[in-house]
Write a protein that binds this ligand. Structure first.
Ligand code: UDX
Length: 436
């Protein structure tokens, strides 16, 4: 069986590598020369635990990397995993996926088999039928559901767990209009993931499932963050105990109730904006989703207020930001709340110094010499007047009194409560913990 994967980001590269290690002939297509160069050498172009090992195994087996779409000819399955980035108004940019669809169509044109094209990229309801299907039919001169299959197959993997989620997905969603192609795809996924439930539905519902899923995750986070803000005004109250308790109610569930500085990353903020924009276009009300977004916007202001309460003006104050990636185990800083925080600190004329085990390089691309960078945790807090833990990297869990001695003023703001059990000789604030 031959499988092609178009777009080698987190989703595409993990999938292509996984499928190759399962013994399929896999063609991975990407138009970024630098990225391809690294992948061919067995290097992951971004930091993702376990991916490099899987990629190296895959390259020794049957994974071929190229920018040449003609190689996808005669594929049985073609996965589309290109990005659908956010536009200014919150809607999604379709130019990459349209271009990919055109190239795919042109290259299945002469083929004799009936390939199945699976759209993994996140797109708003109606996109597959109204935008992608016509491009595929026009440029391939083939008819959907007769000469080729077209399936919506949204992806739920999390950065930092991309390999695990690709090997063991919790759910597979297939949306389409042909029972024959849906069944064929179902059989293929069953052979790969015999224990994973599969939901078969139509295009629009499958497209909307992805947005409903991500906006619900965002909802849980904004909900717990709002309760955390209330906790901060209730002496001695503790958001972690509250999250643990409500998480034991099976109707609520214990995941995604970790209060913090707000959600970031390349998906949750973008998908929430896109569904709000989509709701508006369809004339639906989005009051609730707007509130989820609004809560996420206020978290950083709360952090700034805490610092100001203790330091007064921030002008020329040396402030350390620990953790820039939007979560641990990734070097991805897209929509990271740390970026928003640093921008606000700069606007307040603070001297900012940052530390992150993996994303200093990416951070430099945004701030250049406007801030300082430290390779070590110790140096980053030397003479600092405030330390803000933004990302729960494991190494920050070891911060203790002897390390704090190097600070000029021992003000610690712990947005992830990783030090809340330690007796720190410092002015300590944590999101979601009420001062007595
Ligand atoms: C998300 C979805 O989880 C995934 O299913 C989808 O396919 C892509 O988008 P990802 O972007 O990798 O995945 O990040 P995720 O692990 O969901 O975290 C998003 C943000 O929420 C991070 O900034 C994280 O710190 C924050 N978060 C998450 C919390 O603040 N509290 C939580 O309890 C969970």
């Amino acid at each position: 069986m031959k499988i092609s994967v178009v777009g080698l980001g987190f989703v595409g590269l993990s999938l292509a590598s996984f499928l190759a290690t399962k013994g399929f002939n896999v063609i991975g297509i990407d138009n970024n020369d630098e990225k391809r160069g690294k992948i061919i050498q067995g290097q992951s172009p971004f930091f993702e635990p376990r991916l490099q090992n899987l990629l190296r195994k895959a390259l020794k087996m049957k994974l071929e990397i190229s920018d040449d779409f003609s190689l996808i000819k005669d594929s049985d399955f073609i996965f589309v995993t290109v990005g659908t980035p956010q536009k200014e108004d919150g809607s999604i940019e379709l130019s990459f996926i349209k271009k990919a669809a055109k190239s795919i169509a042109k290259n299945i044109n002469g083929g004799k088999n009936k390939p199945i094209i699976l759209i993994k990229s996140t797109v708003v309801p109606g996109t597959i039928e109204n935008n992608i299907m016509p491009i595929l039919e026009k440029n391939s001169k083939k008819q959907v559901d007769k000469e080729f299959g077209l399936i919506s197959n949204p992806e739920f993997l999390q950065e930092g767990s991309a390999v695990k989620n690709t090997k063991y997905p919790h759910l597979i969603v297939l949306g389409g209009s042909s029972t024959k192609f849906l069944e064929k795809t179902n059989k293929f996924f069953l052979s790969l993931h015999p224990n994973t439930p599969i939901i078969k539905t139509n295009y629009q519902t499958a497209e909307l499932i992805k947005y409903a899923n991500n906006s619900f995750l965002a909802t849980k986070i904004s909900f717990i963050n709002q309760i955390a803000n209330i906790c901060e005004r209730v002496p001695n109250s503790n958001i972690d105990d509250i999250a643990k308790a409500i998480g034991m109610d099976p109707r609520i569930g214990n995941l995604f109730l970790n209060a913090g500085p707000g959600f970031g990353g390349s998906c949750l903020p973008k998908d929430l904006k896109a569904i709000i924009n989509f709701a508006k276009k369809t004339g639906s009300d989005s009051t609730f989703l707007n509130a989820v977004e609004d809560v996420n916007k206020t978290q950083i202001n709360n952090i700034i207020s805490i610092i100001k309460k203790s330091l007064g003006t921030l002008e020329r104050k040396r402030i350390t930001v620990l953790g820039i990636s939007f979560k641990p185990n990734t070097d991805d800083i897209r929509e990271s709340k740390s970026i928003e925080l640093i921008k606000k600190l700069i606007n307040n004329k603070a001297n900012v110094i940052v530390h992150d085990p993996k994303s200093q390089k990416n951070t430099y691309q945004i701030f250049g010499n406007k801030i300082e960078y430290s390779d070590t945790l110790v140096d980053s807090i030397k003479k600092s007047q405030c330390m803000i833990i933004m990302t729960e990297w494991n190494e920050y869990r070891d911060i203790n009194n002897s390390l704090l001695k190097n600070m000029k003023k021992k003000l610690v703001i712990d947005c992830r409560r990783i030090l809340s059990d330690q007796k720190l000789d410092a002015e300590y604030y944590a999101i979601g913990i009420g001062k007595d």
